[in-house]
Design a protein around this ligand. Sequence first.
Ligand code: ASP
Length: 343
Amino acid sequence: MEEEIRLLIIYTGGTIGMIQDPQTGTLKPFNFEKINEQIPELSRFNYQLDFHSFDPLIDSSNTNPEYWIQLASLIEQHYESYDGFVVLHGSDTMSYTASAMSFMLENLNKPVIFTGSQLPLGVLRTDGKENFITAIELAAAREDDLPVVPEVCIYFENHLMRANRTLKYNAENFNAFISPNYPLLAEVGVYVKFEKQYILKPNFKKLKVHKKLDNRVGILKLFPGIRPELVHAVLSVPDQRAVILETFGAGNATTEEWFLNELKQAVAREVLLVNVTQCMAGTVEQGKYDTSFLMKQMGVISGYDCTTEAVLAKLMFLLGQNLSMEQLKKRMNISLRGEMSVV
Ligand code: ASP
C-alpha cells in the first residue's frame, strides 16, 4: 500500500489568512486551526495535512533575516517527517523570503512552495483558495516515488516559478509575480503541465540549513541627477560589506568622475559592488558599453540576469559564511541554486 503523503502547511501571515471582522469591517488574521471552515475542500485531500502558525503573524513587510532564520529552522526541524512544505506568506516580500530560503536550505530535496493571495480567503472572490489548494497539489506531486519539484518555488495564479527568479511586479492583479529571466516550472490550467527540463533535480544529499545571515548590505538605485552625497552616504555606511548597484539597461551608469571615484574608494574599502540592472528582464553585460567598462575594470562584479531580490538574499547568505573577498566573488559569479543563467 502506498504511504500517505504528509505536508506541513506553515502560515506566516499576510492577506491570505485574513477574514473581515464582522463588527469593525477590518481585515484580521483568522485562527488557523479553523482553516477547514474557510476551505472545507481541504478535507477532500488524501494527504495528511498538518498546520503550523507563526506567532505573531506578520504582514510580510515586517519580515527580516531573523524571521527567515526561524522559518528555515522550522523546516529543518520537520524536514524528515514531511514530504513537502507549503508556506503561506504575504505577497509583498514573498520573493525576498523565498529567495533567502533557496540559499539557506542547501541540498533541499523536497518541495517548499510559497503562496499567498491578493484577496483574503474570507472574501468571496478570493484568489487565495485556488492558490492554496494548488500549492498543496504541487507540493504533493510525485513521480517514481520522488517529488516532482524538489526546490523552493512560488505558486501564484496558475504559475509555478523558481522562487529566486521571481519578483512581485503587480500590486493589484491576481497575477502578481513574474519570473522574467527563467521559464515557468509548471503552468496550471485544466492540467498541471510540469516543465521538467527546467526543474532542479534532487541530489540526495543531506539537508544543510544555513542560519547565519549578514545584513550589512545596501541597494543603490541610480537615477539621472543622483547627488554625489547620496552615493557617498550609501557606499560609506559603517561596516558596509556589499552594495547592489541598480544600474541602467545592460548594466550602465554615469561615467562622471566623482561617481567612479566613489566606486573606487568603496572597492578599496573592500565593499563588494554588484551590478544589477533596473530592467525587469535581461542581463547585465559589463563592458558592452563604455558606461560599464570602467566599473568592470575597477572590480564591480556582474549580477548577470539575477533579480535584486535574489542577489540581496545571496549576499546575506554568503556574507554570513566569513568567506575571503576572493571566495565571495567566486561564489557570486556562479549559480548556487539556479538563481542565474550560467554564462
Ligand atoms: N501586505 C500584505 C503582506 O505582504 C500583502 C499580501 O499579503 O499580499 O503581508
